[in-house]
Write a protein of this length. Structure first.
Length: 217
């Protein structure tokens, strides 16, 4: 099975972090793409360690960077199979990293952008033990029709999306919000005016506030 690695930012107390945040980048990028979020957040969360692994597969759209799963043809059957495969890889990585630090899911938060947000939601809602929270930027729920039969835990979630996103429609946000609320999963949502497919300064602050609230201090 493939293993994951990438940039990280240690907790101020490097030998005994209280929390672990795992960041998942978008398609065609790598772990360096989101580690800047950790640089911003770590000042206010000195007991939190941040890991931003590279996705395990080379991007098949550009030939550079990495992907968690292929997304070029939107074939749902293929995507389901690939997501199941990468979810196993990611869950093993999460379990290993928690064990190394003597932490559990209550000390864990998942953060993702675009495809990484899709995976954060997919994995976080299917882990048997509830994590501290999920932050999703410019993403969507994958296979929402099957979620009600597969959800294992209901962590708090915050979703942020630009209102002029040309890559993943902003309509994905209210659709996800409705589905999650129908399943009694706590979710807050933020539409960012004038923002395309990206994360703005206010979105960074929204994520930081959410993590600070839900992780142990």
């Amino acid at each position: 099975m493939k293993t994951l690695s990438g940039p990280s930012i240690k907790a101020k107390n490097q030998d005994n972090p209280k929390n672990l945040v795992i960041l998942m980048h978008g398609i065609g990028a790598d772990g360096n793409d989101l580690i800047g979020l950790a640089s911003n957040w770590s000042h206010d969360m000195p007991d939190t360690e941040f890991l931003s692994p590279n996705a395990p597969f080379t991007c098949n759209m550009s030939g550079t960077g990495y992907q968690w799963f292929g997304f070029v043809d939107k074939d749902l059957v293929r995507i389901r199979a690939e997501v199941s495969q990468v979810a196993l890889i990611l869950n093993n990585f999460i379990d290993d990293q928690l064990k190394i630090r003597n932490l559990n899911d209550t000390n864990l938060a998942l953060v993702g952008f675009s495809q990484g947000a899709m995976l954060a939601l997919h994995v976080g809602l299917r882990r048997k033990k509830k994590c501290a929270g999920i932050v999703g930027y410019s993403g969507m729920l994958l296979d929402p029709d099957n979620l009600q039969n597969e959800v294992e835990s209901k962590p708090p979630i915050v979703l942020v999306h630009g209102d002029i996103d040309p890559v993943i429609t902003p309509l994905s946000l209210p659709k996800a919000e409705t589905k999650l609320k129908n399943l009694e999963i706590p979710v807050e949502t933020h539409i960012r005016e004038g923002l395309g497919h990206g994360i703005d300064a206010e979105g960074v602050e929204i994520g930081k506030t959410f993590l600070h609230k839900n992780l142990q201090s």
